[in-house]
Design a protein around this ligand. Structure first.
Ligand code: AMP
Length: 414
């Protein structure tokens, strides 16, 4: 039989990989709770229309990257490519779109992209949405959360860029001025940028083409189109958070999704290589009404967990582990009784019962090859005398035979 492999860009996470995952997830959850955010879990599948309407018909995510298919009822449904659309859909459905909510979520997302280091087809995001808050304190709170994440997870070499896209009107004015400025250069643009210029001109600012980057330096800047209060907000944010993280105003920062207005931001780290952004977010005041809800001003962010985990230098706690070895000629109910007592006494230790039917000697040889600190041995002799041997796997000469009570005491103190 031929074997069946996993899908391209959809790696398994197993064992040691998950030690850093759990530690980062737990830390994020603690940060979220410390900001009084409430968790929301939405389904992985949603109607494709939800993403078409929210993420935008012109975005790469909906055009090329979405995993969409028809269900048995011939309805087009999609694996979620991001979390915000589902959260807003859920809030509208719960009729919570006329009040404030502070929300976090975490889970897998799916995009049909070309897999490479730091870019997968199934990846994971944690996200935050502050809903029902106008521009102002919520924008400061959001940057405060970003700075807590960077500091608590001990991320170094971080750059946090912020920009302001203005309201719909200034965004549109800037867009028109950009199109006019680029008109004489149209033929010099590559196919991708030509499409952007036609469908979503702001995304041109994101170009990787160095020639176009140079041209754009002479072009209009969003700075001239946004209000004084928008410019002030950027400066105030920079002043407030400059001590806790390296924060830069970048007037060329635009984000991939159409729904952003107002403040946008992105955290990146040089340690990540080409795919260097690990947090992205911004204000999206119009999304709720675009999805049939009430007017709900909001600001959100998404964290790429694969990337965050690869640059976090949190201390990974060493796993404490003990191997339990019993004689197989006499599989004693006593062994299971003791093992369960030990586990309930100290759940921070992994008690690994050797379940094979090999000899004591072979079991001990195997135990020596693991990262366990001790072996607990219950041979035939010990079963009779109700004693147990504690053998160090670090120091071959250290071995004692103790009563079961003494063993419990030892285990409790590991
Ligand atoms: P976005 O939803 O595109 O704003 O992305 C937010 C964050 O998710 C990015 O900064 C990345 O860290 C992460 N991300 C986006 N797409 C992928 C992907 N295909 N693989 C891994 N991480 C991703």
């Amino acid at each position: 039989m031929t074997k069946i492999n996993s899908l391209r860009g959809m790696p398994d996470l197993y064992s040691d990989d998950l030690i850093s995952w759990t530690s980062v997830e737990n830390n994020l959850e603690n940060i979220f709770k410390s900001y009084s955010l409430k968790e929301l879990r939405t389904p992985i599948l949603e109607y494709t229309d939800l993403f078409k309407r929210s993420v935008g018909d012109t975005s790469d995510i909906v055009n090329k990257e979405i995993y969409a298919f028809n269900d048995r009822n011939d309805q087009s449904i999609s694996l979620r490519p991001e979390g915000t659309a589902g959260v807003i859909r859920s809030i509208i459905e719960k009729k919570l779109d006329q009040q404030q909510s502070k929300i976090w979520y975490m889970g897998p997302m799916f995009r049909y992209e070309r897999p490479q280091k730091g870019r997968y087809r199934q990846f994971h995001q944690a996200g935050i949405e502050l809903l029902g808050y106008e521009e102002g304190p919520a924008d400061f709170e959001m940057i405060s959360i970003v700075s807590s994440i960077i500091n608590e997870l001990k991320i170094t070499d971080v750059k946090l860029k912020i920009n302001h896209l203005g309201d719909n009107e200034s965004k549109a004015k800037f867009s028109r001025s950009l199109v006019k400025f680029l008109d004489p250069y149209k033929k010099e643009l590559d196919a991708k940028d030509q499409i952007r210029l036609e469908k979503n001109p702001l995304r041109i600012l994101d170009t990787k083409d160095t020639n176009l980057q140079k041209i754009l330096q002479e072009g209009p800047s969003i700075k001239e189109f946004i209000s004084d209060s928008a410019n002030e907000l950027l400066l105030e944010l920079q002043k407030t958070f400059s001590n806790s993280c390296k924060l830069e105003i970048d007037y060329n920062l635009v984000r991939g999704l159409d729904y952003y207005t107002g403040l946008v931001f992105e955290a990146s780290s040089a340690d990540l290589g080409a795919q260097d952004a690990f947090i992205g977010g911004g204000r999206y005041d119009n999304l709720s009404s675009m999805l049939g809800g009430k007017n709900l001003p909001a600001i959100g962010l998404a964290i790429g967990l694969e990337r965050l985990i690869s640059i976090s230098s949190l201390n990974k706690a060493d796993e404490k582990k003990v191997i339990f070895i019993t004689s197989t000629s006499n599989i004693a109910p006593l062994a299971f009784k003791i093992a369960n007592q030990l586990r309930s006494l100290n759940s921070s230790v992994a008690l690994d019962m050797d379940l094979t039917d090999s000899s004591l000697k072979a079991k001990l040889r195997r135990a020596n090859k693991t990262n366990a600190s001790h072996a607990l041995i219950l041979g035939d002799k010990e079963i009779d005398s109700k004693n147990i041997i504690i053998k160090s796997l670090m120091d071959d000469t250290e071995q004692v035979s103790v009563s079961i009570e003494e063993c419990l005491d030892f285990y409790n103190k590991i």
